[in-house]
Design a protein around this ligand. Structure first.
Ligand SMILES: *Cc1c(COP(=O)(O)O)cnc(C)c1O
Length: 341
């Protein structure tokens, strides 16, 4: 298979049309057989449920080339399960897990020429999503839906190494205690846009959201979960019913415990205790881990001992081990790597 003539090392994180996308439509209570198609545009009624009442959920994962030249994805079964949980919460019909995995397989295989080569740092980002497609004007779930998966090659998240970022404690809330913070839905992002634009205007990279009920506990950022490392080398991740269960975070906790012999604790983390941690990072599919050097809480600065120049040593070990597993340099736990080609 001949690769596309793309400057892999200089790709950004932007949409680029690839050859094929997978589409299945839900009508009269059932998903159709689905197919790969070439048309990148979606034509739906002006009153479609997704356009009026934001009835849509999504996922994000990557395909990439391992050291031995295979094209693989990382734990897509967990994306299938999470999409199911998200869909149920928004009264969207579930797209069956086996069919989800088959769709990912088909769409990556069909766009194999866009999967960046090993060592480029770039990946093929995969975006599965479901949306209400028929006209809905009274508030109710749609009757018809589309499940779609497209891919787009994206560049290395960190060009020239991962520099620690600075984040601020946001005055906006991300998710209510019994709301939708724990599902992957566009609506959680729409309401974060003003907060992120303001954060950027003020020179911050991201927002730290507190729990909406008490505003004392750390939740997550707009699109990544937190990791903290204590001064005695323990991994701590915030526990909350209103954060999105990151697959990267769950994988890093496993790596910490089973590969690095670390203790890991998922528990409530108060804003008050954040100053006592040795290292801080954000985790998600896009960057795996973004190190956090500084958190600014209304003028009060929390500077982690790991500093603003590089990742903390424990964060780095976690990062190197998980990316080593993903790229095939380190033996993966059974079932983590799905070989496509
Ligand atoms: C997708 C997402 C994450 C990261 O999840 P991964 O499965 O690790 O990519 C974290 N927080 C939010 C709000 C997200 O939408």
């Amino acid at each position: 298979m001949e690769k596309k003539n793309i400057d892999w090392a200089n790709l950004g994180f932007a949409y680029m049309k690839t050859d094929k996308r997978y589409v299945s439509n839900y009508k009269d209570g059932a998903w159709d057989e689905g197919a790969l198609i070439s048309d990148a545009n979606v034509v739906i009624n002006e009153c479609a449920g997704v356009l009026q009442y934001a009835q849509t959920v999504f996922e994000g994962l990557k395909a990439y080339t391992t050291e031995d030249g295979h094209i693989v994805t990382f734990r897509p079964d967990l994306n299938a399960e999470r999409l199911e949980a998200s869909a149920r919460r928004l009264e969207i019909p579930v797209f069956p897990k086996e069919r989800f995995l088959d769709a990912i397989h088909q769409v990556v295989e069909a766009n194999a020429a866009y999967v960046p080569p090993y060592g480029s740092g770039a990946t093929l980002y995969i975006r599965p999503y479901i949306f209400g497609s028929n006209a809905v004007i009274g508030v109710k779930p749609a009757d018809e839906y589309q499940f779609r998966v497209f891919t787009t090659p994206v560049g290395p998240y960190f060009k020239g190494g991962a520099k620690p970022i600075t984040i601020r404690v946001s005055d906006y809330d991300r998710a209510a205690p019994h709301g939708t913070g724990n599902i992957k839905a566009g609506l959680n992002y729409a309401m974060s846009l003003q907060a992120i634009v303001e954060a950027h205007e003020q020179g911050y990279d991201e927002n730290l959201y507190l729990d909406a009920a008490t505003r004392t506990k750390v939740e997550e950022t707009g699109g990544a979960n937190f990791l903290f490392v204590t001064k005695d080398g323990k991994l701590v991740t915030p526990k909350s019913n209103s954060i999105l269960p990151s697959i990267t975070r769950r994988s890093l906790v496993y790596v910490a415990q089973h590969y690095l012999g670390m203790e890991a604790e998922e528990r409530e983390v108060t804003m008050e205790e954040v100053k006592d941690f040795a290292e801080c990072g954000l985790c998600g599919t896009a960057a795996v881990i973004s190190p956090v050097g500084k958190i600014v809480d209304h003028g009060k600065e929390i500077c982690f001992p790991s500093g603003m120049e590089e990742m903390g040593p424990v964060t780095k070990k976690l990062y190197d081990t998980l990316t080593g597993i993903q790229m095939g340099r380190i033996q993966a736990p059974a079932g983590w790597i799905e070989v496509i080609l």
